[in-house]
Design a protein around this ligand. Structure first.
Ligand SMILES: Cc1ncc(COP(=O)(O)O)c(C=O)c1O
Length: 337
């Protein structure tokens, strides 16, 4: 099998890093304090295997009972747990394409059959995906790398037409206007995963969390590593999640910047896909995606280019600070001239 290909992570400094959708702002001050003040015991001792304190904070923030919440070592771990639970040898695992390329890798690890459903021209979900029969369906909303948001009505229809489990990966949802979380009340086959990597600036600490019925959470707990989330990360994530004002502030700055960048790039002749995430998928003029990616790389500006038939014409740009976006736009302008 082929391994998942993460975006380039440079070992040395000096890069403008717009390739893996990290947050350009520091984490909430309370999260940094939690890391600085982590005592020797949180290093010496095993962490709480159930991450109860963190789950309680998540429960308060989202108004969901603790029994319906699970925490993980990044939301990637939650995806792995879900497939461990629901995708047996030979089972079908359905997901749209292009989407998060880890989905197929995780299905193959289980010996399950990944089944890709090609998104339509506007990156909408194809009809056949709704009626597909699968042990589990995975859908990222907002989707990566397209940025497309699938409305709560669309996800509801998917749940109504699916017998198996539906996992909605909401890694980027804080940059969008709509979550499918309210559907948890009506659909016991729904899992929603979230992450602290994007909107909470904690990618390096690896914290994700998920919501589902109590029955599913009990199952996920059975297949996770015993001490899956370390104590320092759990404490920092609890502080970050609790600081609602800070989270709102940095998220709205990124959304404003996303719209500003979309406008500047459109002015340079780019075609922009509507995005509810902290990145833009865009098609540079003149079929110059690869060329632009390489020339930006030479200037130590990292964006993502996917060498696949459907995406070859696009680049994906993570949203940074206004200053970073000005540097990027200027570099793009110079290269295209
Ligand atoms: C759609 C999607 N889901 C999940 C993740 C992983 O998030 P985490 O850092 O929580 O593992 C990413 C990361 O880029 C992503 O794009």
């Amino acid at each position: 099998m082929e391994a998942y290909q993460p975006g380039f992570q440079p070992k040395d400094g000096g890069y403008l890093k717009l390739n893996t959708n990290e947050n350009p702002y520091p984490p909430a001050p309370g999260a940094v304090t939690a890391v600085r003040e982590a005592g020797v015991d949180s290093i010496r001792l095993y962490p709480d295997p159930q991450s109860v304190r963190l789950r309680e904070v998540i429960g308060e923030v989202y108004g969901v009972p603790v029994e319906r919440i699970i925490a993980g070592n990044g939301s990637d771990e939650l995806l792995a747990m879900a497939l461990r639970c629901f995708a047996g040898e030979g089972d079908r695992v359905a997901f749209p394409a292009p989407s998060y390329s880890l989905f197929g890798v995780l299905a193959r690890i289980q010996g399950a059959k990944p089944e890709e459903y090609e998104l339509d021209a506007d990156f909408g979900l194809p009809e056949e995906f709704f009626s597909a029969r699968a042990a589990i369906k995975l859908v990222a909303s907002p989707n990566s790398p397209t940025g497309t948001v699938y409305s709560i009505e669309i996800i509801q229809r998917l749940l109504e037409e699916t017998e198996g489990v539906v996992l909605v990966d909401e890694a980027y949802v804080d940059f969008a206007e709509e979550s499918c979380l309210p559907l948890l009340l009506d659909f016991p086959n729904l899992i929603v995963t979230r992450t602290c990597s994007k909107s909470y600036s904690l990618a390096g600490l690896r914290v994700g969390y998920g919501f589902a019925s109590e029955e599913i959470i009990t199952g996920l707990m059975k297949v996770k590593d015993s001490y899956n989330l370390n104590a320092v990360s759990a404490a920092a994530a609890a502080a970050a999640l609790a600081d609602r004002d800070y989270a709102r502030e940095i998220t709205s700055r990124i959304v404003i910047e996303r719209e500003r960048l979309a406008e500047s790039l459109a002015g340079l002749g780019f075609k922009i896909s509507p995005s509810g995430a902290n990145f833009l998928l865009c098609r540079p003029p003149g079929g110059r995606a690869e060329d632009l990616y390489r020339k930006l790389f030479d200037r130590k500006i990292l964006v993502r280019w996917f060498d696949t038939p459907r995406l070859r014409e696009f680049i994906r740009i993570s949203i940074g600070t206004p200053e970073e976006m000005d540097i990027l736009t200027e570099a793009v302008r110079e290269i295209l001239e």
